[in-house]
Design a protein around this ligand. Structure first.
Ligand code: F6R
Length: 621
């Protein structure tokens, strides 16, 4: 939610604007209600800002160019306080002379009281944002201290809420100061230049040396130095790390949209997430899980916490972990968990799933679980982000940067990582030893999945055609059972997000308990059919469901395994997926649903990568 970039280069440098605009381009997925930049030049700060996407700001910069300078900050906004207008766009200026500029990601919860005080002192506001309050406070503090870092330290200690702040002042032209609480900020370390960004994508075109900041820290960058202190002034080192992907990974790679590219990245996302998690003999090794084997053996319950697509990955994980490790698993939406007095103790393993590692609801739920004594593991795609940093252990997914707002490859990587965790718990507890499932067989089936996704992606032409035919649909339903149920919900979520069409995912078994009343002639329904190898006759039960809705006029779009001929008589369309074992099927069955949503959105002429009202990383509650 909101992307921020800061840059400071050599004194006579001239690339600040280019660096910041490029960074904003890579961070636009975080919010696109408005964009703006501030540059320090000739003893003053100059800003340009515009409501709407970054393209609007680019237009403004062509009409009203800025001088070349060495220091700049920039912002791309997801609106919270105040509508998406030019006036509310960041950066905000502080003080009468406007020598200070500030960008902000997050919410200042006590802004109203602070604003009243400032208004009482005669300060005039030009926006409705909470951010402008901080700009004026910082300017006041700078006037007192003459130092931007000191001013930031004074001000952050008066703020409540979640924030990342970046500030520049005309009287300290070679300095950018950043601060973070409950919101992301990373430092990029260059040669004779340094960077700040909401995530490493902001500066990946320039450096892969990064520095992780802790909670409640302030960083001051100049061209040749960086300094980190806690909010109480204690010096800190930060934690340096190398970014493992390069700028090309954050580009579209010849695809028209990031989402299409990311859907095609999925074979790699799964393969890379499996990589390095088995030893030479093919035995599972999870060295990164810094929780002792004894503690893991003592776990009596797993609680999975996540939101949105990540929560659907968690629902898939429940089926696998319970089956393989024989531990009860609860899946909770993170925002519900925290406020309902959950029963959690030191024998509970809390597994959070988050692509960004910054989702505020999930972060708060993890903190709450820790307070209750649980051990916490984070399945996360973003190195150095807050949730893995605050968890006892992190199991990183290696999907690479996910830029499209709607999640695709991260979902598959999350499911893969949770399978690995489930298998690891099973191997520690010996629960697969007397079972029909065999760990080596499951692992080798998992290793075959990337090639199967690749094969499946080569057969999506018909799904694209169906999407184009269905561009005028007003409502689409999705049915699934067992692990197909979360896949159905994920299919519906993708369609809502991308095509703004009413879509619902149901458990197929629930159909007769109500949702069947929605079926009328022509109603399109996707059905995710379980593998014919599924236990308990689940396949046959879902085939009966297809007949029931078809008899009532539904248009049935059936996702079924190759060779499953039972569905053919009742399907208006059969979309085939390669065979795999029933529990691993979501890694395949969700792919046509992603492709369908992508093309339906395109058919409607919508913005696939940046759907309306959304932002990728939801850093406010
Ligand atoms: C849907 C989507 C969201 C996220 C959710 C959690 O396409 O992307 O539903 O899955 O906001 O985000 P993370 O995984 O970053 O915690």
């Amino acid at each position: 939610m909101c992307g921020i970039v800061g840059y400071v280069g050599p004194e006579a440098g001239d690339k600040a604007l280019d660096v910041v605009m490029e960074g904003l381009g890579r961070l636009e997925y975080r919010g696109y209600d408005s964009a703006g930049v501030a540059l320090i030049g000739q003893g003053e700060v100059e800003t340009r800002k515009r409501a709407g996407k970054l393209a609007n700001l680019r237009e403004t910069l062509e009409q009203f160019p800025l001088p070349t300078t060495a220091t700049a900050i920039g912002h791309t906004r997801w609106a919270t306080h105040g509508g998406p207008t030019d006036a509310n766009a960041h950066p905000h200026r502080g003080g009468e002379d406007g020598k200070l500029a500030l960008v902000h990601n997050g919410i200042i919860e006590n802004f109203h009281a602070l604003k009243q005080e400032l208004v009482g002192k005669g300060v005039e506001f030009t926006s409705e944002t909470d951010t402008e309050v901080v700009a004026h406070l910082l300017d006041e503090a700078f006037a007192r201290t003459g130092d931007l870092t000191q001013a930031m330290r004074e001000v952050v200690n008066t703020l409540h809420g979640a924030f990342t702040l970046l500030a520049v002042h005309a009287d300290q032209p070679d300095v950018v100061v950043g601060a973070r609480r409950n919101s992301p900020l990373v430092v990029g370390l260059g040669e004779g230049e340094n960077f700040l960004g909401s995530d490493v994508a902001a500066f990946i075109g320039y450096t892969r040396h990064a520095l992780e900041l802790g909670q409640d820290q302030i960083v001051t960058i100049t061209p040749d130095s960086y300094e980190v202190i806690d909010f109480d002034g204690t010096p800190s080192d930060g934690k340096a790390y190398e970014v493992t992907w390069d700028a090309a990974a954050a580009e579209k790679g010849g695809f028209p949209t990031f989402m299409e590219k990311e859907i095609h990245d999925q074979p790699h996302a799964v393969a890379d997430t499996l990589l390095g998690r088995t030893d030479a003999e093919g035995k599972l090794t999870l060295d990164e899980l810094h929780i002792s084997e004894e503690e893991l053996k003592a776990v009596t319950k797993v609680v999975i916490l996540a939101c949105g697509t990540s929560a659907y990955a968690g629902m898939v994980a429940k089926y696998a972990i319970e089956r393989w490790a024989r531990i009860p698993v609860e899946v909770d939406l993170a925002h519900e968990f925290r406020y309902r007095d959950p029963v959690v103790d030191e024998n509970t393993l809390v597994v959070s799933i988050s692509q960004s590692g910054e989702t505020m609801d999930t972060l708060m739920a993890v903190r709450h679980a820790k307070e209750l004594g649980a051990r916490t593991v984070s399945i996360c795609n973003t190195h150095g982000s807050t949730i893995p940093r605050e968890s006892d252990a992190a199991l990183y997914t290696h999907a690479g940067p996910e830029i499209a707002v709607a999640s695709t490859k991260a979902f598959l990587a999350q499911i893969t990582a949770s399978y690995i965790l489930g298998l690891y718990l099973a191997s520690l507890r010996g629960t697969l030893e007397d079972s029909d499932d065999d760990l080596d067989t499951i692992l080798s089936e998992l290793q075959e999945v990337p090639a199967k996704i690749e094969e499946l992606l080569g057969t999506m032409d018909r799904v694209k055609e169906i999407a184009y035919f269905m561009a005028d649909s007003r409502s689409v339903l999705f049915l699934g059972r067992h692990v197909g149920f979360p896949v159905a919900m994920e299919g519906a979520l993708k369609l809502k997000e991308l095509a703004y069409i009413h879509a619902e995912g149901f458990a197929a078994g629930e159909l007769k308990h109500g949702p069947i009343a929605l079926i009328e002639p022509g109603q399109p329904v996707f059905i995710v059919v379980p593998s014919p190898d599924s236990e308990h006759g689940l396949h046959g039960k879902v085939v009966s469901n297809i007949q029931e809705i078809r008899a009532r006029g539904a248009r049935t779009l059936v996702i079924a395994e190759e060779g499953d001929e039972d569905v053919v008589p009742f399907a208006d369309e059969v979309i085939r997926v390669p065979r795999t074992s029933p529990l691993l099927a979501p890694l395949l069955t969700v792919v046509p649903l992603q492709v369908f949503a992508l093309h339906l959105s395109t058919a409607k002429g919508l913005d696939v990568d940046q759907p309306r009202n959304l932002a990728k990383s939801v850093t406010v509650e």
